[in-house]
Design a protein around this ligand. Structure first.
Ligand code: ADP
Length: 466
């Protein structure tokens, strides 16, 4: 959605909410006020009817039936009943046809207590009929009655004014809500999302400041991610270029030797050493391809990253066993210190960590040197150290040796069959375990690689680290 699109949507939503609230509050108050006024008016009507009945009763007591002559009785029904219940006077009905009225509740009450009133629903509309009856000194009863309108009949009477008020209220709230919505959204509409920082601490933007801060953080994060992606793309590009270069070197050597052999340019006696060189170069190539495959597996974190119970000490023993021949050919002694170190890790990766570190410690050693491996476990971590007394690593290279294809001394690495990938595989494998690797070295005196790995993997932090 475009920026304009969502802003318009927010504004519409705010407008609708304000309008809905205003209209609902208004309608609710209207109903409430109607209810209260109805109650108030019906109470008032009852009191008035009582007063009027009492006044009329006094009049009838003084003047008898003559009191009704010339009496304006609009809206009232007046009935005069003698003590036996016979109708003496009624301004609306034919007295001779009227039944005895002694049983009527209000009359009964008036006879008994002097005054009585009742409310009955008339047969017609839902309107109510109010009756008030008063006993006269001679024992007869005067009754007044009026119609009390039902709420809805009252409403019908009010339809027009209420209708007008409702329309005005609707229009007014519509107008006010739309203005208010525009005013609320205005500062938001004016935000330049590319630079949310400029609105911090500004009066109109206090409420949206947390949002602006989030946007700003996310923008930084995105920029960083973008940079990282570009960097990774560059690294990958460099890596592919390096891979083809590294593969070409042994291939050229092999085809060169083969060509010489083919053209019969090699002495009978030199054929064997030539074949040996060809074999050496192909072993180097195979090793290189193997390392590249290992690295790409680590990059894509495929099947081999399953954490399981394993023992770092036992894995170290296995790795040393595999390197025994290489060590003895250099007359290098390898020693393992420590004891069983059970942990949850990826055993294949731990094996390649120890194998590569030991392999280097033997390769970059001197004739007759020594390698000491130690495994020490504490409550949370296991520390592996691989120490040699070989050629050591110059200070300026200590950080870079973990880079792919970085070698301190290219020809020495080639001579000993290195690929330049061993330590980058080690570092990657350690990271997958959420661990760290350190190197200490004194040039000419040897190097020590120290790997620390948690006993239990914390997968969340591991994923974040990668
Ligand atoms: P390689 O296949 O060349 O050994 P690595 O990635 O394993 O590649 O190591 C990178 C470089 O770090 C090596 O070429 C070597 O110069 C240096 N290096 C690694 N381990 C040692 C060590 N124990 N002593 C001295 N130099 C080392």
């Amino acid at each position: 959605m475009s920026a304009i699109g969502w802003r318009k949507k927010i504004s519409n939503k705010i407008f609708k909410s304000i309008w809905l609230v205003a209209v609902s509050v208004f309608l609710a108050s209207l109903v409430f006020i109607m209810g209260i006024s109805y109650n108030y008016f019906s109470g008032l009507q009852k009191r008035q009817l009582k007063n009027e009945t009492e006044i009329a009763a006094r009049g009838v007591a003084l003047s008898g039936i003559r009191y009704f002559e010339n009496l304006g009785t609009d809206g009232y029904r007046i009935t005069w009943i003698d003590a036996e219940g016979n109708i003496l006077y009624d301004n609306e009905a034919d007295t001779s046809k009227m039944e005895n009225h002694l049983e009527r509740e209000e009359v009964r009450l008036a006879l008994k207590e002097g005054y009585g009133e009742t409310t009955r629903y008339s047969s017609t509309l839902a309107d109510k009929q109010l009756y008030a009856a008063k006993r006269l000194p001679d024992g007869s009863v005067l009754r007044l009655s009026i119609v009390q309108m039902a709420v809805w009949s009252l409403l019908i009477g009010f339809v027009q004014p209420i209708g007008i008020v409702i329309v005005i209220a609707f229009l007014l709230s519509f107008f006010l809500a739309s203005r208010l919505a525009k005013e609320i959204v205005k500062p938001i509409n004016e935000i330049e999302l590319d630079h949310p920082e400029q609105y911090y601490d500004k009066e109109n933007y206090k409420e949206v400041e947390p949002l602006l801060r989030r946007i700003s953080n996310q923008q930084h994060q995105l920029k960083e991610d973008q940079r990282q992606i570009e960097k990774n793309a560059l690294i990958r590009q460099e890596f592919s270029a390096n891979v083809s270069h590294e593969l070409k070197t042994p291939l050229h050597a092999i085809s060169g030797y083969a060509e010489l052999l083919e053209n019969g340019m090699v002495n009978e006696n030199d054929i064997r050493p030539f074949a040996g060189r060809i074999r050496m170069e192909s072993i180097r190539m195979a090793k290189l391809v193997e390392d590249i495959i290992d690295l790409s597996k680590l990059d894509s974190r495929t099947s081999e990253t399953k954490f399981e119970e394993c023992d770092l000490y036992r894995i170290a023993e296995n790795a040393v066993d595999s390197l025994e021949e290489a060590a003895s050919s250099q007359n290098v002694t390898v020693q393992i210190n420590g004891r069983s170190a059970p942990m949850k890790a990826v055993p294949q990766l731990l094996y390649s960590v120890i194998y590569n570190l030991c392999d280097n410690a033997i390769k970059y050693n001197r004739y007759g040197g020594s390698v000491t491996i130690s495994v020490q476990q504490s409550r949370f971590d296991t520390v592996l150290s691989v120490k040699d007394n070989g050629i050591g690593i110059p200070k300026e290279s200590r950080e870079r040796i973990f880079e792919r294809f970085y070698r301190v001394d290219k020809s020495r690495s080639r001579e000993v069959g290195g690929t330049g990938l061993g330590l980058s595989i080690v570092k990657h494998a350690v990271m997958i375990h959420g661990g760290k690797i350190e190197v200490r070295s004194e040039l000419g005196e040897g190097a020590e690689f120290i790997v620390t790995i948690p006993n239990e993997p914390d997968e969340k932090s591991i994923l974040a680290d990668l």
